[in-house]
Design a binder for this molecule. Structure first.
Ligand code: NAD
Ligand code: DAU
Length: 355
């Protein structure tokens, strides 16, 4: 048996591949285009490991996807491949439509076509897991109940709109063709290998470099943070026991404002790597222009996956954040390997001057 993972060189995908092979010997075929966000160094622990088979491919290439699926006959496809950064989707949405919508469509089509050559037994145990986001549900007011699977889709950014479109395609392929798709809608992840364009790794790295810690608007937006390995565990459970045609919300029960997140990062760094220049890294916190259309609050009601599949988040935010900061302090060479070239150009465009 084999599973096919797409986007397995990115943040969550690489954590998933490592986590998967730590739990089972079932091989992984890993398809990744290696965009700016894909990094094979995330998978260096698997060098020489015959259970991991990497292919540099674009999920938008339907005939290659068909060929790969027909050759490897995976029992499941888990689609992580995406453009994932909201700010980049605002600066340039085209790539998001291509990979997130067209790419998901090509993958679904490839599975549908390949399945003609496979037995009914293969089809009934097969799963296509579409890894999606809580952002498809839009934004919550401060007192609104957390998103449940029954919430309507109200995506507000080109990124979340593209993910919502893909989720609809996954649903339609189950209802129309009987292709066993399951969709997961997860809240904000954090942990090792998080690309430093995102809030938490950006602020850890900027603090260590003595650079401003940019908070959009008033910094009071709320996100529901989940340690990435808890997400990986949830996906393993969904793959094992998820019901075709269903969607599952996944979240960390950890609603925190961005300002609080950045203050916590500063406080942990003050303890682990005291700033030689002043009392606290908090002096670097800087309020900057808000993100256009910035969603105010996300929160996930994960009671469905908890009660039906028995998954719960295990890592408390404060503990996971400390582990994450320790990982970045121990892996400064990983960060310096990616914070050059194209990354610096992006930071200059997004935040104006310097890094
Ligand atoms: P990421 O940007 O770190 O990684 C994306 C990976 O996909 C990269 O390795 C990239 O090279 C690859 N990729 C991009 N375009 C591709 C293409 N056309 N063909 C093949 N590979 C391609 O993203 P992430 O944060 O790891 O997110 C993974 C998935 O999880 C995404 O679908 C995202 O929408 C979803 N998600 C992310 C979060 C989060 O907090 N990061 C939360 C919920 C859901
Ligand atoms: O909710 C799940 C989503 O979480 C995923 O689907 C996305 O792929 C992932 O990128 C993430 O989206 P966010 O936009 O919430 O993550 P980001 O780290 O970019 O921002 C977190 C919050 O911090 C958000 O309110 C914007 C704010 N922010 C972000 C950056 C980069 C700042 O205030 N300053 C910044 O410089």
């Amino acid at each position: 048996m084999t599973i096919l993972v797409t986007g397995g060189a990115g943040f969550i995908g690489s954590n998933f591949v490592l986590d998967w092979l730590a739990h089972t010997d079932e091989p992984v075929v890993n398809v990744d285009k290696l965009t700016y966000a894909g990094n094979l160094r995330n998978l260096s622990a698997l060098e020489g490991d015959a259970r991991h088979f990497f292919l540099r491919e674009d999920i938008c290439d339907g005939s290659r996807m068909l060929d790969i699926i027909a050759t490897h006959r995976p029992r499941a496809v888990i689609n992580f491949a995406a453009e994932s950064h909201v700010d980049r989707s605002i600066a340039g949405p085209e790539e998001f439509i291509q990979t997130n919508v067209v790419g998901c469509f090509r993958l679904l089509e490839a599975v549908r076509e390949a399945s003609n050559g496979f037995s009914d037994a293969w089809m009934s145990s097969f799963r296509f897991v579409q890894v999606s986001t809580d952002e498809v549900y839009g934004s919550l007011t401060p007192s609104a109940p957390a998103f449940s699977e029954a919430n309507r889709f109200e995506p507000n950014s080109p990124y979340s709109a593209s993910k919502a479109a893909a989720d609809h395609l996954a649903r339609a392929y189950w209802h129309t063709y009987g292709l066993p798709t399951v969709t997961t809608n997860c809240s904000n992840n954090y942990g090792p290998f998080h690309f430093p364009e995102k809030l938490i790794p950006l602020c850890i790295n900027n603090a260590l470099a003595g650079l401003p810690l940019p908070l959009y608007g008033d910094g009071r937006q709320v996100r529901d943070w989940l340690f990435v390995r808890d997400h990986c565990a949830a996906l393993r459970v969904v793959l094992e026991r998820g019901i075709p045609g269903e969607t599952y919300n996944i979240g960390g029960k950890a609603e925190v404002t961005n300002l609080e997140v950045v203050q916590m990062i500063c406080d942990i760094l003050d303890e682990l790597r005291p700033d030689p220049l002043s009392g606290s890294y908090r002096r670097l916190i800087t309020f900057v222009k808000d993100r256009p259309g910035h969603d105010r609050r996300y929160a996930i009601d994960a009671s469905k996956i908890e009660s039906q599949l028995g998954w719960y988040p295990r890592v408390a935010f404060r503990d996971g954040l400390r582990q994450t900061i320790e990982w970045y302090l121990d892996n400064e060479d990983w960060v310096s390997g990616i914070t050059s070239g194209a990354y610096r150009d992006w930071i200059r465009r997004q935040y104006g001057s310097g890094e």
